[in-house]
Ligand binder design. Structure first.
Ligand code: BDR
Ligand code: CA
Length: 315
């Protein structure tokens, strides 16, 4: 099994990913570390605790960063994920469970050091917690099994962003953190927007899940009503893309994805702030400091039918 810490900004598709990870036998969900993003850190953390309480997860819930490292905060994406992050569903404010007392970056450091080579970090929100962990304890880079990120966009079908034409939300929220994470000497796999948008939960797919997957199916259906309204009104699609669950799908079955290797950097300011770029050709230049950065893996294709089947069967 893969022991994972799922770093997330819960978030409707984040919850779809959390439930997927918890349900699949190939994954041991050790913790959900939270980060601002789709919701405020308070709301996102409450959403994670709500899931833990509702479904009896063993996973720890750990509160993380409330703002990016350098840039000004963008603020929660209420139009996509609703006022508190789960659309029309609101986690109770009187939950009996509470978060681990440590900040998320410290929890990550402690966990990785306690089980060297064993832990996969899966990040499906802004990369602030991971960057803070690396800054406080750079040695963890050599102790993590793998880092799997949903974020960025690398240009399949010329697709480079959703919040701006050149930036995807998770990276745009904290481009400096993303650049730290992608250039660190640990193995990173990035599944970007251009690939997650190849997989689509149609309205019918979600209806079927509600009918076949008992209470969990109903819960996913309930939280996704608001999301589908956004998609219908603003994107013009009847259904939603499969962003965050794609990162979990990679951990369960990497053969679902086609990957390309090369160093990755992030544009940290200017009109293309948050743009992710990968150098994947073999050409060498005289002043090629890019070559100094570790080659990381980027998704360039997905077997979407197989991914949808895996999600359905798991839930
Ligand atoms: C990413 O941004 C968030 O809205 C989603 O949860 C996902 O992680 C997609 O750009
Ligand atoms: Ca997310």
């Amino acid at each position: 099994t893969n022991k994972i810490i799922l770093d997330s900004d819960p978030g409707i598709d984040d919850v779809m990913a959390i439930l997927f990870a918890e349900a699949h036998p190939a994954i041991e969900l050790k913790a959900i570390t939270t980060v601002y993003g789709n919701a405020t850190i308070e709301n996102g953390t409450r959403n994670a605790l709500f899931l833990k309480q509702k479904y009896g997860f063993n996973a720890d819930v750990v509160k993380g960063a409330d703002k990016p490292i350098v840039r000004d905060p963008v603020g929660p994406t209420i139009v996509v994920h609703g006022e508190t992050g789960l659309g029309d569903v609101h986690a109770p404010t009187d939950l009996t469970l509470s978060a681990d007392p440590r900040p998320a970056y410290q929890y990550i450091i402690d966990s990785v050091k306690a089980e060297p080579g064993e832990i996969t970090l899966v990040a499906v929100g802004p990369l602030t917690n991971l960057a803070l962990a690396l800054e406080a304890a750079p040695e963890i880079a050599g102790l993590v099994k793998e880092v799997v990120v949903m974020g960025g966009a690398f240009g399949m079908n010329d697709h480079r962003g959703n919040v701006t034409p050149y930036a995807e939300a998770n990276i745009h929220d904290d481009p400096h953190a993303a650049d730290i994470v992608f250039t660190a000497p640990w193995p990173v796999v990035v599944i970007g927007l251009d690939v997650t948008e190849e997989s689509f939960f149609s309205k019918d797919y979600l209806d079927q899940l509600r009918d076949d997957a008992a209470e969990v199916g109903q819960f996913i259906w309930d939280i996704s009503r608001y999301y589908l309204k956004f998609y219908s009104e603003k994107v013009g699609l009847e259904g939603c893309h499969v962003h965050d669950p794609s990162a979990i799908a990679y951990v369960i079955d990497p053969s679902l994805f086609t990957l390309r290797e090369g160093p990755i950097r992030v544009v940290t300011d200017g009109p293309a702030e948050g743009l992710t770029i990968q150098k994947f050709d073999e050409r060498k230049y005289q002043h090629d400091d890019w070559g100094m950065n570790p080659a990381q893996k980027v998704g360039v294709g997905v077997r979407d039918e197989a991914l949808l089947k895996l999600y359905r069967e798991t839930i």
